[in-house]
Design a protein around this ligand. Structure first.
Ligand code: GTP
Ligand code: MG
Length: 418
């Protein structure tokens, strides 16, 4: 029961930084789209008038409708992406299953992962998969069936199969985390292709290492390549299968210290992605297999272990939870920065451009008005009306859009400084 209470996740999960920022920026772009549309409508009515608005100005403002729409489409699809790499059989698929709290991905003998598998949340409680190059949803009823479906496909190792799993079944999926499982880094000659295809938009990488051996050159090489293409990737190192150490308690401390030192050295001195002190915080000693078992037990309402588990289970289980907490903080901050900062800059740019155009038109109207003071009253009134509308519209743009975009910027910088 002690374990279960620490395991309950509430909505003060660090993932909410991303979830809330996403909602806010989506709302803002809905409003921006409304304003752009209003402006277009107004400009059209002015174009009908004599020479107040040029055709070119009209087109320019109208082009923002598509731009804003495109940004909204991207925003809707934005998520947090974590990719798992490591040598074959180190337990990559098991780690993902442990985080998802269920045996979703096939793992173990005869279930070697032979292409990229992306697990993401689906709405309406549906489970299905979509293979690369297809749009057909293949329903998946069970894990066994998923394994079968993956075997029967003729898949190339760098291909991607997207697995959609009901959001309600896992908080991480609900909060827009997307998991990418990979074949062992030791089985491919195509690391560059892997990186270009699957890694460039990843927010976090997890190296699943085997605590029974030492970090391998193939594993290191992979991350060296990643860090040439991405500046300062976020990397966690899981020394998995740490339960195996329980059988040799006399070497336990020594082995742990050695793994820790090598992992920290790799992250700080070799890859130069963290200081040695920060790197310490990125290395964990866990057992994915035990964690998964414990969680499946809990899900069935049974105690997380039956007493027959290897010594040190509790500590390893806590360390896995500690990893998850740090992972959540890291991924949500990183995703807010990489995904939303750009959008908020573009939103601000669009707002500024439109304002400038409206200011120019306002200026022109005022000039025309003073030049034509002596002409017919009718024309004079028309210009007066236009001027008023423009004043209102620019004022609104000024106040609202700017406020909104600045608000997002503040959120982004707040998330970054936190
Ligand atoms: P590939 O897909 O073949 O590259 O392997 P993988 O890295 O996905 O490993 P997978 O999750 O399939 O695990 C391989 C085997 O190791 C399975 O039989 C797991 O049950 C076992 N395993 C995974 N994690 C642990 C662990 O922490 N401790 C122990 N003892 N066994 C584990
Ligand atoms: Mg696997």
């Amino acid at each position: 029961s002690h374990l279960r209470s620490t395991d309950i996740r509430t909505d003060n999960s660090p993932l909410q930084i991303f979830v809330k920022a996403k909602k806010k920026i989506n709302d803002i772009f809905v409003e921006i789209e409304d304003y752009v549309q209003d402006t277009v409508g107004f400009m059209k009515s002015l174009q009908a008038e004599r020479n107040i608005v040029t055709a070119e100005e009209g087109e320019r403002v109208e082009s923002y409708v598509d731009k804003v729409h495109a940004i909204r489409d991207v925003l809707k699809r934005d998520h947090m992406k974590v990719a798992f790499f490591g040598r074959t059989s180190n337990g990559k698929s098991t780690v993902i299953n442990a985080m998802l709290r269920d045996k979703i991905l096939p793992s173990g003998i005869g279930h070697t992962t032979n292409c990229f598998l992306q697990v993401e949340g689906s709405d309406n409680g549906e489970s299905y998969l979509i293979t690369e190059g297809s749009t057909e949803k293949q329903p998946v009823q069970s894990v066994g069936q998923l394994g079968h479906a993956l075997c029967k496909e003729k898949l190339c190792e760098s291909h991607l199969v997207r697995i959609f799993w009901p959001k309600e079944k896992c908080l991480l999926l609900r909060d827009d985390v997307v998991f990418v499982d990979s074949p062992g880094v030791d089985v491919t000659p195509n690391l560059d292709e892997w990186i270009d295809k699957h890694c460039l938009d990843a927010d976090v990488f997890v190296l699943v290492a085997n605590a029974e051996s030492t970090l391998m050159v193939t594993e290191k090489n992979f991350f060296h390549k990643v860090s040439t293409k991405l500046s300062k990737p976020n990397i966690f190192i899981l020394n998995n299968r740490w339960d195996a150490s329980a059988s040799e308690p006399e070497f336990f401390e020594q082995v742990r210290a050695q793994h820790q030192e090598r992992a920290v050295d790799f992250l700080s001195r070799e890859l130069k992605v963290y200081t040695p002190k920060d790197a310490e915080e990125r290395v964990f000693f866990v057992s994915a297999k035990e964690t998964l078992q414990a969680r499946m037990q809990e899900q069935r309402g049974q105690p997380s272990h039956n007493g027959a588990l290897a010594e040190g289970f509790q500590t390893r289980y806590f360390e896995f939870q500690d990893f998850e907490r740090k992972f959540e903080e890291c991924i949500s901050k990183s995703a807010v920065k990489t995904k939303f900062e750009q959008h908020s800059q573009r939103g601000k740019h669009i707002a500024t451009e439109i304002r400038q155009t409206l200011d120019e038109i306002l200026d022109r109207t005022q000039k025309m008005k003073s030049e034509q003071l002596h002409v017919k009253k009718e024309v004079h009134d028309k210009l007066n009306y236009t001027e008023q509308q423009l004043m209102l519209l620019t004022q609104e743009m000024k106040d609202k859009i700017h406020h909104m975009v600045e608000d997002v910027e503040q959120r982004v910088s707040k998330a970054l400084s936190e």
